[in-house]
Design a protein around this ligand. Structure first.
Ligand code: ZN
Length: 284
C-alpha cells in the first residue's frame, strides 16, 4: 500500500508492505513523486524498530492504529529513527528501549543540532522517554540479541534473531557501496563492526535505508571487501605522498551535489579523511 499525502509538513509518502511476519513502513518527503531520502521503520511481533521521520507523523500514526505494539526499540538517536517516538509513546503508552548513550537525545532531540538540510528533509523529532536496553529483547516468540555496533554513531545497536537468521541493521549497512561519509562517522570502526556482524549466520538484513536485503551474510562480506579495497587504495596513495584532496580525486572523483546540499556533512572527502586519520575503534 502506498500513500502520497500533502499535509502541513509538505508532500510526504508512506509505503507499507509485509515481508513474512515483518511489516515495513517506508517513508519520507516526496515533493517530486519519489522519496527524497527515505527511511524504514519495522514492526515485528509487538515490537516497533525505529519510528521514522516526523515529516510523516500523521500518516504513520494512522497506519499504526489497530496494530498491537508493546514496545519500541531505537537503533540509534538520529532524527529519522526517533522522529515519531513521542507521538507513538503517548498514543500506545509503551516503553522505548535504546542504547544508554541515546537516551539524552530521546529526552531532548535538540541536543542533536540539525543542519538546515536535515530540518528540511526530516524535521525535529518530539521528545520521548527512553529506557536502557539490555543484552536481549523479546517480541512475541522471537528472541533478539542486542549487538553494540558503533561506527555510524557510538550509540548504534543492531538486533539479531538467530533462529530466523535476521539482522535489523539500523544505518550500519546501507548497501555494499561506500562513497560518502558523515563528518562524525568512523570508517574503520564501521568496517570492524561489519566484520563482527559478518561472523553471524544472516539470511535477511532489514536495513533502515535499503529495506529487505537477502543473503545478508554475503552482502556484508561484499561490503567488507569493497571497504578494504578502498582503504588499501587510499593508504597506498598516502604512502606515495599524495595530499588528501588528490587522493579523493583519484579514488572517488569530484565532490558532487551531496557535499553541496549537506554543507559538507556528507562528502567523499570525509571518507578519505576518516581513513587517513587511522582511528581504530579503540581510539575513537
Ligand atoms: Zn543514522
Amino acid at each position: 500500500m502506498a500513500q502520497r499525502i500533502k499535509n502541513k509538513k509538505g508532500i510526504v509518502m508512506l509505503k507499507i508492505k509485509n515481508h513474512g511476519p515483518v511489516t515495513l513502513f517506508y517513508m519520507g518527503r516526496s515533493p517530486l513523486g519519489f522519496l527524497l531520502y527515505p527511511v524504514h521503520a519495522f514492526l515485528v511481533g509487538d515490537m516497533l524498530i525505529d519510528t521514522g521521520t516526523n515529516r510523516v507523523d500523521k500518516p504513520f500514526l494512522s497506519a499504526l492504529t489497530g496494530r498491537s505494539i508493546a514496545k519500541i526499540v531505537n537503533t540509534h538517536h538520529h532524527e529519522d529513527h526517533i522522529g515519531n517516538n513521542g507521538d507513538i509513546q503517548e498514543r500506545f503508552k509503551i516503553p522505548i528501549y535504546a542504547h544508554p548513550s541515546a537516551l539524552p537525545y530521546l529526552e531532548n532531540p535538540r541536543l542533536n543540532a540539525l543542519r538546515p538540510y536535515q530540518r528540511i528533509v526530516w524535521a525535529w523529532p518530539k521528545k520521548s522517554k527512553g529506557t536502557a536496553i539490555g543484552a536481549s529483547i523479546t517480541a512475541g516468540n522471537l528472541h533478539f540479541e542486542v549487538i553494540n555496533s558503533p561506527g555510524h554513531t557510538d550509540d548504534h545497536i543492531c538486533l539479531y534473531e538467530p533462529d530466523k537468521k535476521w539482522l535489523f541493521s539500523g544505518d550500519l549497512f546501507c548497501g555494499t557501496t561506500f562513497i560518502y561519509l558523515r563528518r562524525d562517522e568512523n570508517y574503520l570502526q564501521i568496517l570492524e563492526t561489519i566484520k563482527k556482524l559478518s561472523a553471524l549466520e544472516i539470511d535477511t538484513i532489514f536495513c533502515n535505508l535499503k529495506g529487505v536485503v537477502e543473503n545478508g551474510k554475503e552482502a556484508l562480506q561484499r561490503k567488507i571487501k569493497k571497504m578494504e579495497q578502498l582503504r588499501d587504495h587510499v593508504l597506498k596513495l598516502q604512502e606515495k605522498g599524495l595530499p588528501p584532496q588528490s587522493i579523493r580525486q583519484e579514488v572517488l572523483g569530484k565532490e558532487d551535489a551531496w557535499n553541496l546540499i549537506t554543507g559538507g556533512h556528507y562528502s567523499k572527502q570525509n571518507t578519505i579523511d576518516s581513513i587517513l586519520s587511522g582511528k581504530r575503534p579503540d581510539q575513537s
